[in-house]
Design a protein around this ligand. Structure first.
Ligand code: FOL
Length: 223
């Protein structure tokens, strides 16, 4: 089960970043990001009774590129209650970092290796080489542009959760084209229903206004 979903916020031009950070500050969207990436819904991936016997912690995984990791404010990283997988070609990237040794932080030297690692943690205990204390439920790719580029092309990407911001902001980083032959954009009402079912709780629907921004949570499904 190597499947994963992309989570992203983008403007009309599919801009996602500026100067190594987010070009906007959207409090509710950030709360939505934290919710969708953190919440472990019963029945998401595997089932059966684990934890009690094996002392495994069941969390979602967030795969991110090294630059995205560095863009997250220090006080918010590693992302709490999530398995943080950092992708860097430098196998020593974490060596001198305070996160080294944190069971919720791992390094992978490619996106494929990150998916392999997460997959090895999706079945309770056993199969994992060193028998991790972490069990992964859902897997999210959270950026940035380089990894999104690889991710959207992958057959293992089942959903794109796009917060569509109705503005054109000055950006220097962009989300790749979403091919209509590979993904279907759910209409507004269906996107909202999908999200409430996916999260098993109510989600704000329609256009959300925050400061000078208007945005909407949309869902693309792999065809
Ligand atoms: N997807 C969406 N919908 N919005 C985003 O802003 C977004 N950002 C990224 C990836 N996908 C996204 C990558 N950038 C944090 C900061 C930057 C970031 C991702 C996450 C972060 O600090 N998150 C904290 C919440 C902090 C807060 O509450 O302000 C977290 O716990 O998730």
């Amino acid at each position: 089960m190597r499947s994963f979903s992309i989570v992203v916020a983008a403007d009309r031009a599919m801009g996602i970043g500026k100067n190594r950070g987010l070009p906007w500050r959207l409090r509710k969207d950030m709360a939505f990001f934290a919710k969708i990436t953190s919440k472990v819904v019963q029945g998401a991936q595997d089932a059966t009774t684990i934890g009690e016997l094996t002392h495994q912690r069941r969390v979602n995984a967030c795969i991110m590129g090294r630059k995205t990791w560095e863009s997250i404010p220090k006080k918010f990283r590693p992302l709490t209650d999530r398995f943080n997988v950092i992708v860097s070609r430098d196998p020593h990237y974490l060596d001198d970092k305070p996160e080294k040794g944190n069971p919720l932080v791992a390094l992978a030297t490619s996106f494929e290796a990150a998916l392999d690692l997460v997959e090895s943690l999706q079945s309770p205990s056993s199969s994992s080489p060193s028998t991790s204390s972490i069990q992964v439920a859902r897997t999210f790719l959270i950026g940035g542009a380089q990894l999104y580029n690889e991710g959207v092309r992958s057959k293992d990407c089942t959903h794109i959760f796009l917060t569509r911001i109705d503005a054109t902001v000055d950006c220097d980083t962009f989300f790749p084209e979403i091919s209509p032959s590979e993904y279907q954009l759910l209409p507004s009402t269906e996107s909202h229903e999908f999200l409430e079912n996916y999260l098993q709780e109510s989600v704000e629907g329609g256009v959300i206004e925050e400061g000078s921004y208007q945005y909407e949570y949309t869902v693309y499904n792999r065809i």
